[in-house]
Ligand binder design. Structure first.
Ligand code: COA
Length: 183
């Protein structure tokens, strides 16, 4: 799904651009995937698991997203650099097409600048253009207080806990919380 570009101002005064990913963003997205995986335990991949990501693989995904009615993806660019991305994922199954799920992550140098808030505003706007979608869903890992604060600000509430959802290299088990927002 394609949407027009959106410029906005970060909390530090810089300008940022939200737009659908273009082929020229592929190297930046690969860099963001590798860097963000090393910066937080709250996303599901470790950096070494990003070695499988390739230019060709990302291009294929970008092309699929462009054509798809079920995927809406945005990248955020700051000073021309990919800061992170977000995705609203819908599906076509008759029994579950009222639900859409959200994923979001940014590199650490771009946290707390208001990008997440802008991304959510766009994803919610897009979801609202689809009358069949009545519920948005997302998850966060125990301890991710920044994500939780953002999601609660955007109107999501916790509805379930998935115990021991991830296991870190040091053996620590962490729960995952499922949140929903009714539209
Ligand atoms: C979670 C994430 C997407 C949020 O995006 P962001 O651009 O940093 O979020 P914003 O700046 O728009 O908003 C963050 C809010 O949390 C608040 N906040 C920041 N740190 C906080 C903390 N430790 N506890 C509670 N609230 C916190 C901020 O004040 C801000 O609220 P405000 O807008 O009312 O001032 C981003 O930080 C990120 O990518 N983190 C690492 C990856 C990740 O955790 N992804 C989510 C997986 S579920």
């Amino acid at each position: 799904m394609v949407r027009e570009d959106k410029w906005f101002t970060l909390k530090d005064g810089r300008k940022a651009l939200l737009r659908n990913p273009l082929d020229e963003d592929i190297e930046g997205v690969l860099e963001y995937l590798r860097v963000s995986a090393a910066e937080t335990d709250f996303i599901l991949r470790y950096p070494e698991e990003c070695e499988k990501y390739t230019y060709e693989g990302e291009k294929k995904l970008f092309d699929e997203w462009k054509e798809s009615d079920c995927d809406f993806t945005l990248v955020c660019l700051v000073d021309g650099k990919v800061a992170g991305n977000c995705q609203l994922r819908m599906n076509n199954r008759m029994k579950t097409r009222h639900r859409a799920s959200i994923g979001i992550a940014l590199m650490k140098e771009y946290w707390n600048l208001g990008i997440g808030t802008q991304m959510f505003e766009e994803m919610i706007k897009v979801a609202k253009t689809k009358p069949e979608i009545t519920q948005l869903e997302l998850e966060f890992i125990e301890g991710n207080s920044r994500a939780r604060a953002l999601y609660e600000k955007m109107g999501f509430r916790i509805i379930a806990t998935h115990p021991n959802f991830i296991k870190l290299k040091n053996g620590k088990l962490l729960n995952e919380y499922l949140m929903v927002k009714e539209l």
